[in-house]
Every structure is written in structure tokens, then in C-alpha cells.
Write a protein that binds this ligand. Structure first.
Ligand SMILES: Cc1cc2nc3c(=O)[nH]c(=O)nc-3n(C[C@H](O)[C@H](O)[C@H](O)COP(=O)(O)O)c2cc1C
Length: 245
């Protein structure tokens, strides 16, 4: 087996709760991903990191544009070296982990029909990737857990999924939503800390999503390698206007 074709899937859970249902769902998803093939995984919990709000300074954008003026607007990804945010906190560690991964799975609970602030703050701080395309070619999916069936898991999944697309990742599945109460009726399941595992539909959707992320990451990496070996260069296009084209 070619060791070079191993992939890494990074799971990121964003909820104020440690060892909760979202973390459980993501841990299971990463296990599924590992069962697909030569896949390594890592789980990070945003609660373990110091993450400040984006202050809207647009420093990341300005640095990307400056670089583009130097190397050309058709150079994709923009060759940004390392961390590109004006705020020095633990996002530097998380950006590096994202750049090192071949696939990313986000997991967050439904908080008032959307994601909790911790996850949104993390995503806002990823703005450099919208413009520098450094996450292009990596695959992704989103997972969510709610209390009630049909009380915001669709909107949360959609917000997470669109955020993944916005920062340049290739979302390869609808993702999965699950409930952490009996039949999604808001009735607590007291026998277990991880009530989400009683949601068969949610667990099956999670397995399908995680399997798809792992498979697509492996195929993406093998495909890129095959193109390279055949000497075929793909010309990527970004969102910026390329002068003269
Ligand atoms: C502030 C807050 C808002 C919530 N809003 C919703 C909601 O709109 N819809 C829903 O189904 N569940 C909602 N929930 C319930 C959580 O999504 C649910 O308990 C989930 O299992 C939490 O995941 P965790 O165990 O990983 O923290 C809310 C919980 C909190 C604390």
C-alpha cells in the first residue's frame, strides 16, 4: 500500500458542553471514517482553545490581495505563508490543523435554530480561507444535534454546510442531524449520557456522511496524485477578476 495516500480527517466540535452528544456523534463519525481505509483522525473541541471574536479589520483580506498583486490573481491557492489573522490567539493552531487535514467534519448543536456562538466565532475567524483558497481540494461535512425533531436542525445543518462551502471546502454530503431526546419529542433519556445514540435515523445518517467524507478524501488525494504523475496541470480559477482574461 502507498503510505502517501493516507488521509487525515479533522473533527471540530463547537459547543459549550464537553463530552456531550455532539462530541459523541463526532467521535463515532471519526471511527466510521477510520474504518473506510487508510484514514487517520483527530478531534478538537473548541472549548479547549482561546478564540476571540473576529473584529472585522480585514487585515487577512488586505494581506491576501497584496500577495495576489505580486504573484498574479490567477495563482490558486494564494501562497499565503502560515497564519493570516491579526488576532494572536489559539486560532493559529486550528488554522494549521485545517491546512494539514484532507477532510474536515464540523459538529455543533442546534442553539435557537442555528449553531452556538462558539462555532460561529470560529468560522468567522476562518475568513482568510474564503479569499486564499488554501482549503480547496479538501472535503467536508457537517453534523448537528437538536432536542426536538424539526426544531432547527435543518437550518443549523444548512448554516454549517454553507459555511464550509464559503471557506472553500468541497462538501460531499448532506451531512447528518440527530436528536438527543426520545423520538425527538423533548423527553429526556436518563439511562445514558449520550441519548443521541438512541436516534437510529440520526446515527445512520452520520455513518453515511462520515463514510462519504473518508471515501471522497481518499479519492481526492489519489486523483490529485494521479494527475501530478501524468504531468497534467489543472488551471484553477478563483473568484477574483484576472486582469487580461
Ligand atoms: C441555548 C440553547 C438553545 C437551544 N435551542 C434548540 C433549538 O432551537 N432546537 C432544538 O431542537 N434544540 C435546542 N437546544 C437543545 C440542544 O440542541 C440539545 O440539547 C443538544 O443535544 C446539545 O448538544 P450537546 O449535548 O452536544 O451540547 C438548545 C439548547 C440550548 C442550551
Amino acid at each position: 500500500m502507498n503510505d502517501d495516500l493516507n488521509v487525515t480527517i479533522l473533527g471540530i466540535v463547537g459547543t459549550p458542553i464537553k463530552q456531550g452528544n455532539c462530541q459523541y456523534l463526532l467521535e463515532q463519525a471519526l471511527q466510521v471514517a477510520e474504518s473506510v481505509g487508510p484514514v487517520k483522525t483527530e478531534l478538537v473541541h473548541l472549548k479547549d482553545y482561546r478564540i476571540e471574536y473576529c473584529m472585522g479589520c480585514e487585515g487577512c483580506l488586505r494581506r491576501v490581495h497584496k500577495l495576489q498583486q505580486k504573484v498574479g490573481f490567477d495563482k490558486i491557492p494564494v501562497p499565503v505563508k502560515g497564519y493570516n489573522c491579526s488576532i494572536k490567539d489559539d486560532m493559529e493552531i486550528l488554522h494549521q490543523k485545517m491546512l494539514d487535514a484532507d477532510g474536515i467534519i464540523l459538529a455543533a448543536p442546534v442553539y435557537i435554530a442555528s449553531m452556538p456562538g462558539q462555532m460561529k466565532t470560529f468560522i468567522d475567524r476562518c475568513r482568510t480561507f474564503v479569499h486564499d483558497y488554501r482549503l480547496r481540494g479538501k472535503v467536508a461535512a457537517a453534523l448537528t444535534v437538536g432536542f426536538f425533531r424539526n426544531a432547527g436542525e435543518d437550518t443549523t445543518l444548512q448554516a454549517l454546510t454553507l459555511s464550509l462551502l464559503a471557506i472553500g471546502l468541497s462538501v460531499v454530503t448532506f451531512g447528518a442531524s440527530a436528536v438527543s431526546t426520545r423520538e425527538g419529542l423533548g423527553i429526556p433519556i436518563r439511562e445514558t449520557r449520550f441519548a443521541v445514540k438512541e436516534d437510529l435515523a440520526g446515527m445512520i445518517a452520520m455513518q453515511a456522511a462520515a463514510g462519504q467524507v473518508a471515501q471522497a478524501a481518499l479519492q481526492m488525494k489519489a486523483g490529485a496524485r494521479a494527475l501530478e504523475e501524468a504531468g497534467l496541470r489543472i488551471k484553477s480559477r478563483g473568484w477574483a477578476l484576472v486582469p487580461g482574461h
